[in-house]
Design a protein around this ligand. Structure first.
Ligand code: ADP
Ligand code: ZN
Length: 732
């Protein structure tokens, strides 16, 4: 509905949330004759612009005379209103993350195209009795294709007749063909609950039954804690079936787009149809269709990245968060939210079950289960009956490879053995590129990013030095830019490309594949390559953490971890947990179906508790020790953490501002403040960074404290930014 003329006396004012960084909704006038309700999606003037917004709950500001108010300029009739639960969810996420509520709403209204009805498709068909002026072979093929009188889309027809679209346009101009409106795409087919069921193992059955029973309780959280390959997916498929049986929609969140392809196929095997997909790699047009489809209820199941949490489901009845421990569920920039935690909130507000699944649950979820807030279901064995892989440490202090090589003799022998038996092997190193550092042998010059405090990483495939923080790249020079020496540059340390080079030298006959997110070809290529590996088309895979996540490679028998210590050294309270999770996940890729898998961890610290826990497969020992350590230090989940990150282009000014922020902190003995300290990544994209950390007891309202603090503290200006990160996962 568009308004051209507004009456003088408006009868109604409302608050409208707009997608800008202001603390609350603005007040607008409703044009006479129009009606809106909370949640109505609108367009409103804001300064010189027109922006999308939504009518929000709560009173409009009575202090403003209605005459002074600008009016809503457009009401969207084909989308919205956003329901009460979604509105409360937006408010809640804003409250929790300290983000302006409008910025959270922006995540809901991300697809502007979705707010319009889908544009009808125009097609063409032949007009009886009309002949073109000249009957070329191309024209003849078109008319031949249309002989049955059916309408075709232009592109479909061009393809089928093997002609260029201009041939069809020419025929339309001559009125030999006429354009017609094609019927809208039919609603997607519904999942079939009993399309193909599996017989669950006893442990799976117990979990599935428990989760299904929870649907009667309203809000609940279940944690499926099952070893890699234990059949967690089959269990939550039963939960999805239950949601569908109750005529509710279901959402599955995955941490990595590269996993969706395999998930789509598995879902189809189970339910006979593909679910809807939602992530950054889906085209805007398809995303608009999903947005509309979940809102009108025609799409029943969505599989998506974290942002799918903000879709306007008509009747959401289940959220599954698979690989719930994964750091990718945390968004660091703009609205810093953790999709796993916010999924629990959405389930709570919508009074429906949330299922978290992982082979290596987060400490948070384990503690929530121990304390009775979540119900934990343990799947101790693989569904196939296959044993978990045998894990070995290779002590790199004594048994490492010769200089300039990275694969120890024992791992080379295991690779040889695996290959000779026709098995697949995976070498894991969480470092993209060829080498993490390049230096000049003559003068010691190191290649650093001009915008970030980070070394440039050599990528041999691309023949470039690349910054992994800002994307800056330069060509690898022939001479040292500092001393001019020729052929004096050396690569220091390995990345996956260098490991692949070593593998190719050792096993020239083997089909070796590098899987890393930065390779040319993007997600499409990755999907294809994942499938190649799955089908046995590669012998040795060299991969980054991408490969560690949930993928099922039935022929994978051996996993070698090139640097098991890589994650342990950070100033990150979760370093041990993250390393444990990553290594357990990646070694868990071995022998999932057939058993007989083996894993080798190359380490300089074989006695580190994380390595010991992995080797002895004593997960509980690791969890218990880590939980005790966190409790002792008052760290999450026993305490609450928030990071304040101050950044700016002028170093001294940024630091001074960070100090001023600290001075403004309200006195509160229960809160420990740390910093400001220069961030480990002291500069990103030309911005200097300082971090402050607040640690508070669990029962304290840390958000309230921060609001009070930032409310009276200095306001960032002059290009300085202050970002709040509640429960930070990233400490760089
Ligand atoms: P997870 O999600 O725990 O890693 P999956 O659900 O991927 O495990 O299951 C691992 C493999 O075992 C898959 O190939 C799956 O099809 C198979 N599987 C799982 N449960 C069963 C079952 N009850 N009967 C037969 N095969 C199963
Ligand atoms: Zn950079």
């Amino acid at each position: 509905m568009l308004f051209d003329d507004f009456a003088d006396e408006p009868d109604m004012v409302v608050s409208v949330l707009v997608p800008v960084a202001v603390p609350e909704a603005y007040t607008y006038r409703v044009p006479t004759g129009a009606s809106v309700v909370p949640g109505t999606i609108v367009k409103v003037p804001l300064g010189p612009r027109e922006v999308l917004g939504a009518v929000w709950d709560g009173p409009a500001d009575p202090a403003i005379a209605p005459k002074k108010l600008k009016a809503i300029s457009r009401i969207y009739d084909h989308a919205g209103p956003l329901d009460e639960t979604l509105r409360r969810f937006v408010d809640w996420v804003a409250y929790w993350t300290l983000a302006p509520p409008g910025m959270v709403l922006r995540m809901v209204l991300r697809s502007e195209e979705a707010l319009e009805p889908e544009a009808p498709i125009t097609g063409v068909r032949s007009v009886a009795g009309k002949e073109p002026d000249r009957r070329t072979p191309a024209r003849a093929r078109v008319l031949e294709t249309l002989i049955d009188g059916m309408a075709w889309t232009k592109s479909g027809l061009a393809h089928a007749a093997g002609v260029s679209p201009s041939v069809i346009d020419g025929l339309v101009r001559q009125e030999v063909l006429e354009t017609v409106q094609m019927p809208a795409a039919p609603p997607p087919p519904k999942p079939q609950l009993d399309y193909a069921t599996v017989t669950l193992t006893a442990a799976q059955r117990t979990a599935a039954d428990g989760i299904i029973a929870a649907f009667d309780k309203g809000a609940s959280v279940s944690l499926i804690d099952g070893v890699t390959g234990s059949g967690k997916t089959e269990v939550y498929f039963e939960a999805i079936a239950e949601a569908l049986r109750r005529n509710r929609q279901a959402l599955v969140l995955l941490p990595e787009i590269a996993l969706t392809e395999q998930f789509l196929r598995r879902f189809e095997n189970r339910f006979g149809v593909y679910p809807a997909e939602w992530h950054s790699d889906v085209s805007p047009k398809k995303r608009a269709r999903v947005w509309r489809g979940v809102a009108d209820g025609s799409m029943r199941v969505v599989i998506g990245a974290r942002s799918a949490l903000f879709l306007p489901f008509m009747d959401l009845g289940l959220i599954v968060v698979d690989e719930e421990h994964d750091g990718a569920f945390k968004q660091d920039d703009r609205v810093a939210y953790n999709a796993r935690d916010m999924a629990v909130v959405r389930g709570h507000l919508g009074k429906f079950p949330v299922v978290l699944a992982s082979a290596t649950p987060s400490i948070e979820s384990r503690v929530n289960a121990d304390q009775g807030r979540y119900t934990r279901y343990v799947l101790p064995d693989r569904a196939s009956g296959a044993a978990l892989p045998d894990l070995h440490a290779i002590d790199m202090r004594h048994d490492g490879p010769e200089r300039g090589r990275w694969i120890a003799p024992a791992l080379v022998a295991a690779l040889r053995d695996t290959l000779s038996h026709g098995g697949q092997a995976l070498l894991f190193l969480n470092r993209r590129g060829y080498a993490p550092l390049t230096l000049c042998r003559t003068c010691g010059h190191r290649f650093q990013c001009p915008h970030c405090s980070a070394w440039l990483v050599e990528h041999r495939f691309q023949k470039r030095l690349v910054c992994h923080h800002c994307g800056h790249f330069e060509n690898v020079p022939d001479r040292c830019p500092s001393c001019g020496a020729n052929e004096s540059l050396v690569a220091c340390g390995p990345g996956v490309e260098r490991i692949a080079e070593e593998v190719t030298g050792l096993f020239p006959e083997a089909r070796t594949l590098v899987l890393s997110s930065d390779l040319l070809g993007g997600p499409d290529r990755l999907r294809r390559e994942m499938k190649i590996v799955e089908e046995g088309g590669a012998d040795i895979v060299v991969g980054t953490q991408l490969i560690a996540k949930g993928h099922n490679f039935p022929m994978m028998r051996l996993v070698g971890v090139i640097d098991a210590d890589l994650g342990l050294a950070h100033g990150d309270p979760r370093a041990a947990e993250k390393t444990f999770q990553l290594l357990a996940q990646v070694t868990g890729r071995a022998g999932r179906v057939t058993g007989g898998g083996a894993g080798y961890l190359q380490t300089y610290a074989p006695d580190h508790p994380v390595i010991r826990a992995l080797l002895s497969s004593d997960r509980d020992a690791f969890y218990n020790a880590e939980i005790d350590a966190r409790r002792g230090a008052g760290l999450p989940p026993f305490g609450r953490l928030a990071a304040l990150i101050v950044s700016g282009t002028d170093k001294a000014g940024t630091e001074a501002f960070a100090r001023a922020v600290l001075r403004a902190a309200p006195t509160e003995p229960a809160v420990t403040l740390l910093g400001p300290a220069e961030a480990a990544l002291a500069m990103i994209r030309g911005r200097h960074r300082y971090r402050l950390l607040a640690l508070a007891p669990r029962q304290m309202d840390l958000q309230g404290y921060l609001r009070q603090w930032l409310g009276k503290g200095p306001k960032p200006r002059g290009g300085i930014r202050l970002n709040v990160d509640i429960d930070p996962q990233n400490f760089l």
